[in-house]
Design a protein around this ligand. Structure first.
Ligand code: SIN
Length: 281
């Protein structure tokens, strides 16, 4: 297994691995160490079925179920993320960490590219740990005392962007049966400590953090907007280009991501698996 960090400030490409074969304990430990050190790992030129993607995820922890999308028929843990040529909205098109509105959000997301547009459709990844560490010590200590109210309602709730365009694409399958959960709220810190590395990261996000606990929404939006603007500066961001057969696993505890929506008229088809995580602390 070889590791290259040419992608940008965050992330590593791993070569010399074949995901159609089972991995040894030593392989899994090595991949986990690379992942923890670099925030995301990318493995290209793989032929990954839904079953083998789920099996890959299970090396890293118990698999989770995404609450707002139907899985592919072959595996209950694999959701299709498809944007059709005529669709306007894309899935994951703002800076966020995955499902941070759950009590225990996923530690890892594993995304596999089935087919990609001829150009565009890249995913941006931002290093929320280094961005946090670059803030002034006094500002960091203020932030560390704050909790956020996290909720799916701004995107999946009544009037949320995804619900409004439910007829357009695979996103349209996102709304069956979880309307109550879509309005739910949970309290998490806005700065979380990584349970494995012990490093702190910015965690609140525009789409999932409704407000800072005890603050008005407008006051909260300003702080969240500032932190988003800060962590998405170029020195923290890798722009990742997909090819069919690329698999990426990212760490939702310390990385933000944003799926670019710049390929109107073309289809993009991905498969996604999420691995259960701890309650943010
Ligand atoms: C997501 O936010 O999980 C989707 C990212 C992507 O499609 O690039």
């Amino acid at each position: 297994m070889q590791v290259s960090t040419h992608l940008g400030p965050i992330g590593a490409e791993v070569t010399g691995i074949d995901l159609s074969k089972s991995l040894t304990d030593a392989d899994v430990q090595k991949l986990r160490d690379i992942w923890l050190a670099h925030g995301f790992i990318a493995i290209r030129d793989q032929d990954v079925s839904p079953a083998s993607q789920a099996a890959f995820g299970a090396y890293f922890g118990a698999l989770d179920i995404y609450p707002f999308m139907q899985a592919v028929p072959e595996n209950e843990h694999v959701i299709p993320i498809i944007k059709e040529p005529e669709a306007a909205l894309n899935f994951g098109g703002d800076w966020h960490t995955d499902t941070s509105y759950k009590v225990c959000p996923p530690q890892a997301t594993i995304l596999y590219a089935v087919s990609v547009p001829p150009q565009g459709g890249d995913t941006l990844f931002a290093d929320a740990t280094r961005a946090y560490e670059d803030l002034s010590p006094d500002f960091r200590s203020v932030l560390e005392g704050l909790n956020g109210v996290y909720t799916p309602k701004m995107v999946h709730g009544e009037g949320g962007g995804y619900r409004a365009v439910s007829a357009q694409s695979q996103l349209g399958k996102a709304y069956g049966g979880n309307e109550e959960f879509a309005e739910s709220e949970v309290i998490h810190p806005i700065i979380r400590t990584h349970p494995e590395t012990g490093r702190k990261s910015i965690y609140c996000s525009r789409p999932h953090t409704h407000r800072i606990e005890g603050w008005r929404r407008e006051e909260s939006k300003s702080l969240i907007a500032y932190l988003t603007e800060h962590l998405t500066q170029s020195q923290y961001v890798t722009r990742f280009k997909w090819q069919p057969g690329t698999l990426v696993m990212w760490d939702n505890r310390c990385l933000f991501h944003n799926a670019l929506n710049d390929y109107q008229g073309f289809r993009r088809h991905m498969h996604r698996v999420i691995v259960k995580g701890d309650r943010p602390k």
